[in-house]
Design a protein around this ligand. Structure first.
Ligand SMILES: C[S@@+](CC[C@H](N)C(=O)[O-])C[C@H]1O[C@@H](n2cnc3c(N)ncnc32)[C@H](O)[C@@H]1O
Length: 275
């Protein structure tokens, strides 16, 4: 049992069945609110970790991978940019911006997803169009765009992330960036591949995300979401929701040099039409 569960105590008064049911509902709502607050607190960027020294300007990601031992999402939040070395045919340096929220820096799930889809997806056929939801810095899309030059890749996120996505995508010719808020009506455009890294959490609009993924899919669309285990509940609920919209929903082990053991891939396909 978690600390939060233990902290919520129920009264020992006598109850009839109706009271019991109402109590249970209130208890579960309170528990859910408290879990969401804890999740948010866990993911808050710690103010004390800001470090403006010249030494912390650029992180070499390959060096970071070679010494990776601690799987803390905030470990490279202090760096203004991350150098991913040569990706495709030119250097890829990704700017980070702590002022725009959690999307302003690179999460492990983002790199893991990029490597996974670049390696496991059959990219041979045609010129696939790819969209990423909640792209943040854009690192996932930009690695995929460079590894699969025949693909057209569109990065999307909330309006405050647009300048960062545009800046980071400016050196990748087959990538574009735009605003897309989950749950809003989309233009009718359908994509062959839909990506999302670390976008399922109690603080985010999972119903909106599910609707957007369904709206942007056709019958052969492949969807890859990299998930990081934090608090139980939100991801399982999302998986159940997706099972009502798609025929195939399954978890797979990531194929990546980043070995964060908490990250796994949710693969979805087989869109069902809804009336
Ligand atoms: C934890 S960050 C992950 C960023 C990036 N994918 C990564 O892994 O580095 C979650 C991202 O989801 C985006 N997001 C959250 N709610 C959203 C919504 N309703 N519509 C669009 N994007 C949203 C946030 O702005 C943020 O960029």
């Amino acid at each position: 049992m978690t600390t939060s569960m233990m902290q919520i105590e129920r009264s020992d008064h006598d109850h009839d069945a109706y009271d019991d049911m109402m109590d249970r509902g209130a208890f579960l709502r309170k528990l859910r609110r408290q879990m969401a607050e804890e999740d948010e607190a866990q993911r808050e960027v710690p103010a004390s970790s800001n470090d403006d020294t010249a030494d912390s300007d650029t992180l070499c990601y390959q060096f970071y991978l070679s010494v990776q031992a601690v799987y803390d999402g905030y470990k490279h939040v202090n760096y203004r940019q991350i150098d991913f070395g040569i990706v495709g045919d030119s250097p890829l340096v990704i700017a980070q911006d702590r002022t725009v929220g959690k999307g302003g820096f690179v999460w492990d799930a983002a790199y893991i997803l990029a490597e996974h889809v670049s390696r496991v997806t059959d990219w041979q056929a045609g010129s696939p169009n790819v969209i990423e939801l909640g792209a943040g810095t854009g690192i996932t899309s930009l690695i995929v765009a460079r590894q699969v030059p025949q693909a057209q890749v569109h990065l999307t996120d909330l309006p405050q992330l647009l300048p960062l996505m545009e800046k980071n995508s400016s050196t990748t010719k087959n990538a574009t960036a735009g605003v897309l808020e989950w749950g809003r009506n989309v233009s009718g455009q359908e994509y062959d591949v839909i990506l999302g890294a670390d976008v399922i959490a109690s603080i985010y609009d999972s119903n909106g995300l599910a609707k957007t993924i369904h709206d942007l899919s056709h019958e052969r669309t492949k969807i890859y979401l990299a998930c990081e285990d934090r608090l139980a509940g939100s991801i399982e609920e999302f998986e159940d929701h997706m099972r009502s919209l798609f025929d195939h929903v399954g978890r797979s082990k990531p194929n990546s040099a980043n070995k964060n053991p908490k990250v796994w891939i949710l693969e979805i396909s087989g869109k069902r039409s809804t009336q």
